[in-house]
Write a protein that binds this ligand. Structure first.
Ligand code: ADP
Length: 594
């Protein structure tokens, strides 16, 4: 060891878990810069987390076994970055953007240590069509040209972090790889080549430089992200560019719900960040995405999806990075004016990775040993969502929906609490509803969405006048029905008035006929806005009538029959003879007692 100290090259002086302490050399070092730890013949990727005088703490983004004191370290000068360019769609990456399918072919499914594979295929040629000419003056974030990426128009933009105005000095159309230069621009820093792909530091917002210079603008969300899930769209809407969280105990239906969002939500691009899943679950999801037909324009769902996955067998630091990798890619497509949906599953495991690293750094712990900055870290993640007016004048959005998996379904724990303080919609899954097979098991009494008020004007105008008031009335009915249910548990049916008994059945009918939706039925799985409107107004009409029954048995029998007919209606294609017949049967049934 003594001999190497005199060499003044950075080298490992201590190892603790995924953290190595490195004695620095004379060259400058930056926080979040990457480095290679030379262990035997391998180069293990690491990231600088903390600099303390002549030493720095680095988190190793790969398995740390075998790293020894004295191992040489090479600093890269580059911050932990992702590659952005055409060819991201349809791909599966790990948290550090190594393409897993490529690795699978070469090395088995998961990333072997010390092997770096380019994120974007360096051979593939893309047809670039310039949108401007040499001599044109452009601003950061404006379009230089386009590439067709599958069904998506992929815009090549002037880099976001250059001076206020650039001049195009050369540009060429044709067939190019992501590494070929397609244009040259004169910036405040001199001449710069633009290629179809570029690198961007994952932990930095790609939108921020444009927002700061006023080139892009944050917009107030005014439209919903239609999910075609009735319970969500009608009662707990999520704005386009908004944030939501889905906490829920194991088995309550998080995975099914995320799958439904991925497939049916009105988004151009879906990015799934699968964080800390078991390998088997990830393989299953990937196969599902490949198999599932895309309801928007055919093809497979995978054609407009990107999956970032880290299984629990992958290193903890890579898991921590994966959420930023997913967000950076999402922001990239948003800058082109696309509607991006990012599903992060689960943010609890991401937070656990933060906790583990913080513990190894011996930072002062906060609640339940999570770092004291947990709340700030969660806010920073969700702040990257939003709707923006792009430099080119289009409207792009990034909607972020995160699941939280609190141990034992305890929503009081720090990750759930911080997330609830950050997001604007909360879809709480209930073990009890799942147990009763009331799917989606989102609890209508506990969930909330601040977007319901924010989007009220939109709904009243786009769906029906007074829509928002109706939604509020039906929610009140659900609460009132639940109060009667709890009362009946104590007193029995006889303990409540006949009117309350009917009220209870009305609430149950709303639940069975409208809130519940069968993910395994080809028709019911997805309800388009027009049908939701028709159905909700019909349900309102049915429960806002006065019914008089001779006795409780008759009331029960009526609602049982009504529920049965309505569920069959949900299974019938809209406008089909079956649907029309069922509607007439329902009308006749209610006319008989109304
Ligand atoms: P989690 O991810 O929360 O552990 P899953 O999403 O895997 O739970 O759901 C568990 C099971 O519940 C599913 O296999 C399915 O049988 C059932 N389920 C969940 N959601 C629905 C739904 N919307 N419609 C029908 N069945 C559902």
């Amino acid at each position: 060891m003594n001999t190497s100290i005199s060499s003044r090259k950075p080298q490992v002086v201590a190892v603790k878990g995924n953290i190595v302490t490195v004695r620095l050399g004379p060259e400058p070092v930056r926080k979040n810069e990457t480095a290679a730890i030379l262990t035997g013949s391998r180069r293990l990727l690491a990231e600088v987390l903390r600099i303390r005088g002549a030493e720095a703490d680095l988190q190793v983004l790969e398995d740390t076994t075998g790293i020894r004191v004295g191992d040489p370290v090479e600093l890269s000068g580059e911050l932990l970055s992702v590659s952005l360019g055409p060819g991201l769609l349809g791909r599966i990456f790990d948290g550090l953007q190594s393409p897993l399918a490529v690795l699978a072919a070469q090395h088995g499914f998961f990333l072997p240590r010390g092997v770096q594979v380019p994120a974007l295929d360096p051979e593939h040629k893309w047809s670039f069509v310039p949108a401007v000419r040499a001599g044109d003056r452009l601003r950061p974030g404006e379009a230089l040209g386009t590439v067709q990426e599958g069904r998506l128009r992929h815009t090549i933009l002037v880099p976001v972090d250059v001076a206020q105005e650039v001049q195009v000095t050369w540009i060429q159309g044709g067939s190019f790889t992501v590494l070929d230069p397609v244009a040259r621009i004169r910036t405040g820093r001199g001449e710069e080549m633009v290629r179809l792909s570029r690198r961007w530091p994952v932990r930095r917002s790609l939108t921020e430089p444009l927002l700061r210079s006023g080139r892009a603008e944050r917009l107030f969300p005014e439209e919903p992200l239609t999910t075609t899930i009735r319970l969500v769209d009608t009662f707990f809407p999520i704005a386009r560019g908004g944030t939501a969280c889905i906490p829920g105990p194991f088995g309550a239906g998080k995975t099914v719900l995320q799958g439904l969002f991925a497939r049916y939500a009105f988004a151009d691009i879906v990015i799934v960040i699968a964080c800390g899943e078991r390998a088997g679950e990830v393989v299953e999801m990937i196969e599902d995405f490949g198999r599932m037909e895309d309801p928007q324009g055919g093809g497979s769902l995978m054609d407009r999806s990107i999956i970032i996955c880290n299984t629990s067998s992958m290193p903890v630091a890579a898991r921590e990075a994966s959420i930023y990798t997913g967000l950076a890619i999402g922001e990239y497509y948003r800058l082109m004016g696309h509607q991006v949906l990012v599903l992060a599953d689960s943010t609890s495991r991401w937070a656990q990775a933060l906790r583990e690293t913080s513990g190894n750094l011996e930072e002062i712990p906060g609640e339940e040993a999570y770092p004291a900055y947990l709340d700030a870290a969660i806010k920073e993640v969700y702040e990257r969502a939003g709707q923006i007016r792009t430099a080119g004048g289009a409207t792009g959005s990034l909607t972020l929906i995160g699941t939280v998996s609190p141990a034992g379904g305890n929503f009081e724990e720090p990750v759930t609490q911080s997330t609830l303080g950050t997001v604007k919609a909360f879809l709480g899954l209930s073990a009890e509803r799942a147990y009763r097979r009331f799917y989606p098991a989102v609890d209508p009494l506990a969930s909330w969405s601040r977007y319901r008020q924010q989007l009220a004007a939109h709904f009243d105008q786009a769906l029906a006048p007074g829509w928002s008031d109706r939604v509020q009335r039906i929610l009140s009915l659900l609460h009132a029905g639940d109060a009667v249910r709890r009362m009946m548990q104590v007193t029995g049916e006889e303990g409540v008035s006949p009117a309350d008994f009917v009220l209870y059945h009305k609430a149950l009918f709303v639940d069975m006929a409208y809130l519940q939706q069968d993910a395994f039925d080809a028709v019911d799985v997805s309800t388009a806005p027009a049908r939701q409107k028709e159905s909700f107004l019909f349900v309102c009409d049915l429960v806002e009538r006065d019914y008089v029954f001779p006795g409780r048995e008759e009331a029960r029998a009526f609602f049982l029959r009504l529920t049965g007919l309505y569920r069959n209606l949900n299974y019938a294609a809209q406008g089909s003879p079956d649907a029309e017949r069922l509607k007439r049967e329902i009308e006749a049934l209610v006319a008989a007692v109304g």
